[in-house]
Design a protein around this ligand. Structure first.
Ligand code: RUQ
Ligand code: CUA
Length: 654
């Protein structure tokens, strides 16, 4: 049994001082019961001094809100996780790409059916996504709390989520990519949402074998024009830029002095095509043969002008600036970067870019001033096989710093420091930008991917908290079979030394990146602002049903049911139809109370809606199975919730 009897005086003093500061009463014996004596409990549970401090820093008494909210991707669950910081309580899983029954997402409503149809790719309705990088909308380089974007790497798509109701409003498909990864990132006023491809595929022809790789395969970056007033991307004003057939990784948008530019990492500049079965080098060695890959430096403002002027070529319905045009017009430049990079992270002041090459122990800091100068002077050290000018590496480097083996991704605090995740050493390294030096390191458990610091990729980071998003958890939690949760570790970065505060298991998918926003920037609805509101349009629904207007209308074999829900009944309570009828239920929640949600599930018909207060939805189906099917409210909404039910009666034909 572990015990730590050292330093109890200090701990108790600290705990009591904190309790006192919070205006609470806390003293041994007060109120009696086993909860009263902190030192006895800590000693019995084998908690160290650091454990108690960590507990005091993260515990939220009931009813107290977190200071920050983290939006984390859900990996191949296809969703977005919403987590309170510092308590690390899971607040919500937003259905982004994958059907989700609790939210009634894609379980029968016409609105979601239309969304899923708009999100089809290659003729398939896709029931999953691989979400990697969430991006909060920004104003002047700071999160504004209005919208969230997220990519689906697997099926190159982007989802637009409105943070008034935390629901997905739009899914954009990219017909010219095989997969994406350099997304989503936004420009500083959310002018554009950036989506970079990952694995190159043929661009101008529908099919080409890999032996035509260098001729026909291409990389691509798409800039989706965001219309903030509509809360939607405007596809007609969006465009792409053709890139050489390298593979592309993460991106970031410049800000401050580097406003107007996008930086995009690449790997496989070798253009290896794998095929070990044909005697070629395997992908993993072929794509990392060279010491350097190319950071892509892209002038998006110039590109937008070209697109507006029609200097594009159409590919599968999208406008694409051809590679040669991008070169001729000074839209695209390369700078060598240590091979197989992951993150490229612009510093808060926009003056430097930090790149981590996973196979190099250094972070490389590029100076935007020097890059700009090299471009202005036309100082290039050569060009790649496609004619893209290459800026000399040594001339634009501010410095390199050894931060450990396998650096991946960097975030910033409010004191001029940077934090880099170190995958192979399974650590986080804290370092200062000026002078370039390592300040601290902390072990994480295990194999950290991205980091997210409080507002840590904005113009004004907050410091305070950092979350290490670890891929493996191994021995951190109770065993749950061979598939284990990922491990989010909350780290206090307010002092000189980083302190580990909390481990949060993530038992749904594998998150990649996250962003942490000050909670008071979010202004979500408490309920939909009027009865009969459609989340699909964020306006009053033409299908809304007011109380007293409930009815059933039949035209031939079309049956329209105008239904309402309010604690604790559906009106009507019977839906009588005949086998083969097309049944359309227009259903409105008459509630206007905070948290008064009703579900609407129909047995055996694979239908379940979530009707938040004031919401209107429509569900339409063919009553193809005769019989008696109860419908009921799937939310425990009231004492008479079990009684909130009705019958769908489908009379057999003939
Ligand atoms: S990724 S760590 Cu898309 Cu960076 Cu996974
Ligand atoms: Cu409404 Cu349960």
């Amino acid at each position: 049994m572990r015990s730590n009897r050292v330093g109890w005086g200090v701990v108790l003093t600290a705990a009591l001082a904190l309790a006192g500061a919070a205006g609470l009463h806390s003293c041994a014996g007060a109120g009696g019961g086993p909860g009263a004596d902190v030192s006895a409990i800590a000693s019995e549970r084998g908690l160290s001094e650091a454990d108690i401090v960590a507990a005091v820093k993260t515990y939220q008494p009931t009813g107290r809100f977190d200071e920050y909210v983290m939006f984390a991707s859900g990996g191949h669950s296809g969703q977005v996780l919403v987590i309170g910081v510092p308590s690390m309580r899971l607040l919500k899983v937003i259905a982004a790409f994958t059907p989700e029954p609790w939210q009634g997402f894609a379980y029968g409503s016409q609105e979601h059916q239309e969304l899923m149809e708009s999100a089809m790719m290659a003729g398939h309705e896709i029931k999953w996504g691989d979400t990697h990088h969430p991006a909060l909308s920004e104003t002047d380089g700071d999160y504004d709390g209005q919208f969230l974007f997220i990519n689906d790497k697997a099926n190159p798509r982007i989802a637009v989520i409105d943070l008034r109701d935390f629901e997905t409003k739009q899914i954009l498909t990219n017909p010219n990519m095989g997969t994406n990864h350099g997304g989503t990132f936004v420009t500083p006023n959310t002018e554009y949402v950036i989506e970079g491809a990952q694995y190159s595929v043929p661009l101008w022809t529908d099919y080409a074998d890999v032996d035509r790789y260098q001729e026909d395969y291409r990389g691509l970056v798409t800039l989706w024009k965001f219309d903030r007033a509509r809360g939607r991307v405007d596809e007609n004003q969006s465009f792409s830029i053709e890139l050489p057939p390298y593979w592309h990784d993460l991106a970031d948008a410049g800000k401050g002095p580097s406003f107007g530019w996008v930086f995009l990492n690449s790997f496989n500049t070798e253009m290896a095509t794998g095929g070990i079965e044909d005697g070629n080098p395997a992908f993993e060695s072929g794509v990392s043969a060279n010491d350097m890959d190319y950071m892509h430096v892209i002038n998006w403002q110039k590109a937008a002008e070209l697109a507006a002027a029609g200097r594009t070529r159409e590919a599968r319905g999208n406008q694409v600036i051809e590679l040669q045009t991008a070169i001729d017009e000074g839209v695209l430049f390369f700078i060598p970067e240590p091979k197989s990079p992951h993150g490229v992270d612009v510093t808060p002041d926009g003056r430097f870019l930090v790149v981590s090459g996973k196979l190099d122990p250094n972070v490389t800091v590029y100076s935007w001033e020097k890059i700009q100068q090299a471009i202005a002077d036309g100082q290039f050290s050569g060009e790649d096989a496609y004619g893209v000018p290459i800026i000399d590496f040594a001339s634009v480097i501010d410095g390199q710093l050894n931060v450990g083996l396998g650096p991946l991704h960097t975030q910033y605090d409010d004191k001029g420091n940077a934090y880099t995740s170190i995958f192979l050493d399974t650590k986080v390294t804290k370092w200062s930008l000026d002078p370039l030096q390592v300040l601290d390191q902390i072990d994480v458990h295990y194999n950290v991917g991205h980091l997210a610091a409080a507002e840590g990729d904005t113009r004004t980071p907050d410091g305070k908290y950092l979350v290490a998003m670890n891929k493996w958890s191994i021995d951190r939690f109770n065993p749950v079979g061979p598939l284990l949760p990922q491990n989010f570790q909350l780290i206090d970065i307010s002092g000189d030394k980083m302190q580990l505060l909390y481990d949060m298991p993530i038992g749904i998918g594998e998150p990649h990146y996250a962003q942490i926003v000050k909670a008071d920037k979010l202004q979500p609805f408490e309920y939909y602002p009027e009865i009969g509101y459609s989340p699909a349009t964020m306006s009053a629904s033409a299908d809304a049903v007011q109380g007293g207007e409930e009815r059933v209308e039949r035209t031939g074999n079309q049956v329209d049911v105008y239904m309402t829900s309010i604690r604790s009944h559906f009106t009507p309570e019977y839906i009588r139809v005949r086998e083969g009828d097309r049944v359309t239920i227009h259903i409105t929640s008459l509630e206007q109370a905070h948290d008064a949600t009703h579900g609407f599930g129909i047995a055996k018909y694979n239908i379940n809606l979530s009707l938040e207060a004031g919401e209107s939805q429509t569900v339409s189906f063919v009553a193809d199975e005769p019989g008696v099917f109860p419908y009921y409210c799937t939310e425990f909404c009231s004492a008479l919730h079990l009684e909130m039910t009705g019958y769908l009666l489908v009379e057999p034909r003939g």
